[in-house]
Ligand binder design. Structure first.
Ligand code: FE2
Ligand code: FE2
Length: 265
């Protein structure tokens, strides 16, 4: 199985901080269409827009439509802290929500279930996962207890460096940890975005990964002080290959222009 994980396109009608998010998202989609036509699942994990306006979602949809992606490359989308749930729902009325109106849904392929979570709370950059959303997650995990489960969420559920420096991760880390501990036998991987940095590792015995942003990649913060920084690094998206006994996460730095493949006999 091949999965594409793209995050944080931050689409806006205007250019933000000197980087054209529309152009970069378009370049990523062009690269995907050219190189990964055999993808089984394509996910965009939030911060679809920067300010959450309806106009920005329309621009995002226009770029998607212009890419003329085949059906298997139509993205599954969740929202991040920079999104607006109402404007998102008005523009993506076909995307499912849970019974409480949160953008949460599941998709199963044979024995694999993918859960898409909503960690947005208005007026904060931190992630929130309140009781009703937790209940939805628990019920999906119970329903799919015979499957391998993969979670997509915008916010990081654990601190990625020093705890003190993680001011914008998930607030309900302890509640979320309890759920992961209860179901860690079936949860095979957690995918998130949000911090705009490449990470991978394991948490409570569950592996995780995050791509950078297609708009503005940031640099990791290893100090105890909260800070974010930009550098002249490339944006990327991740390519995940899942086999019976393995899961491999590749980084596609899609702005690369010249690939010289070594000749083989
Ligand atoms: Fe973001
Ligand atoms: Fe974010």
């Amino acid at each position: 199985m091949k999965i594409l994980h793209l995050s944080d396109p931050h689409i806006e009608p205007d250019i933000l901080h000197g980087i054209d998010s529309q152009k970069r998202f378009h370049q990523a989609l062009t690269h995907i269409k050219k190189n990964h036509f055999d993808t089984d699942l394509f996910v965009i994990s939030g911060d679809i827009t920067h300010f959450g306006s309806s106009e920005a979602y329309k621009v995002f949809k226009d770029i998607l439509n212009q890419a003329e992606l085949p059906k298997n490359l139509l993205p599954h989308i969740i929202i991040g802290n920079h999104d607006d749930r109402e404007n998102f729902r008005n523009n993506f009325s076909d995307i499912k929500t849970d019974n409480n109106g949160f953008i949460q849904y599941s998709k199963s392929f044979d024995k694999k279930t993918f859960l898409f979570l909503d960690t947005n709370q208005p007026n904060t950059d931190s992630g929130h996962y309140n009781k009703v959303r937790q209940d939805w997650l628990i019920s999906e995990l119970e329903k799919n207890s015979k499957n391998e489960v993969y979670i997509f969420m915008h916010h990081n559920p654990l601190a990625l460096g020093d705890e003190k420096s993680d001011k914008i991760g998930l607030i309900q880390k302890n509640d979320f940890q309890d759920i992961l501990l209860k179901f860690r036998e079936i949860i095979k991987h957690i995918f998130f975005g949000h911090q705009h940095i490449t990470t991978s590792g394991q948490y409570l015995g569950i592996t995780f990964s995050s791509p950078r942003s297609t708009w503005s990649p940031l640099v990791p913060n290893f100090s105890s002080k909260y800070r974010l920084g930009t550098a002249n690094t490339d944006p990327n998206y991740n390519v995940i290959l899942i086999k019976d006994n393995s899961l491999v996460v590749h980084s596609e730095d899609f702005l690369k222009t010249e690939v010289n493949w070594f000749e083989t006999e």
